[in-house]
Design a protein around this ligand. Structure first.
Ligand SMILES: CC(C)(COP(=O)(O)OP(=O)(O)OC[C@H]1O[C@@H](n2cnc3c(N)ncnc32)[C@H](O)[C@@H]1OP(=O)(O)O)[C@@H](O)C(=O)NCCC(=O)NCCS
Length: 159
């Protein structure tokens, strides 16, 4: 797996990966995803393998070996935000999510963030285990955070 910054031509496959990683009502619309990626203080890192020309999320669209990505955003108050981290099911439990998260945390430190926060659905057991493994602690519950009515936990980590 190699890691590189987002390129505009990646957008469609990133959106399809997000659709595959999250259920309806939690996955981003194209507009939302595009907005997060284009924010002035956000950073998107892509994880990819050598491509055989077909992609598991959509073999018809384009040759791509992109297996995951992360979007992080810095703030002027020194608190960074992990907007999303997405790894396709075929590429999970091999350290890709951890490498994306570590790279995003490094980027936030370089952007003078001393803390990072994020939200995740209260029923997302894999994500909660993943963030716990990486030193994130629950700081509260946000009722009805998602448009489905599902609550989210807020989590934080000191950088
Ligand atoms: C959460 C997610 C990003 C993890 O990515 P990943 O590449 O599988 O993560 P890693 O391989 O780096 O896992 C690191 C550790 O996290 C924990 N972990 C990850 N997935 C887990 C799971 N399904 N169950 C329990 N623990 C898990 C484990 O401690 C794991 O270490 P181990 O494999 O040695 O036991 C991935 O499951 C995913 O994309 N899920 C859908 C999208 C999502 O929920 N994103 C997070 C919310 S924003």
């Amino acid at each position: 797996m190699t890691f590189r910054p987002f390129r505009r031509s990646d957008f469609d496959i990133l959106w399809k990966i997000d659709q595959e990683c999250f259920p309806p009502g939690i996955a981003y619309s194209k507009h939302e995803l595009s907005d997060y990626i284009q924010r002035r203080k956000s950073f998107t890192l892509v994880a990819e393998t050598a491509s055989d020309g077909r992609h598991p999320a959509d073999p018809d669209v384009m040759p791509s070996g992109i297996m995951g990505f992360i979007i992080a955003e810095a703030s002027s108050r020194g608190v960074g935000h992990i907007i999303t981290v997405d790894v396709l099911p075929v590429a999970r439990r091999t350290g890709t999510g951890s490498k994306l998260l570590a790279a995003a945390e490094d980027w936030l430190r370089a952007a003078k963030c001393f803390r990072v926060r994020l939200e995740t659905a209260v029923d997302n057991i894999a994500a909660l285990a993943f963030y716990n493994r990486h030193g994130y602690a629950k700081t509260g519950t946000i009722p009805h955070y998602y448009e489905t009515g599902l609550d989210a936990y807020s989590l934080e980590k000191e950088l």
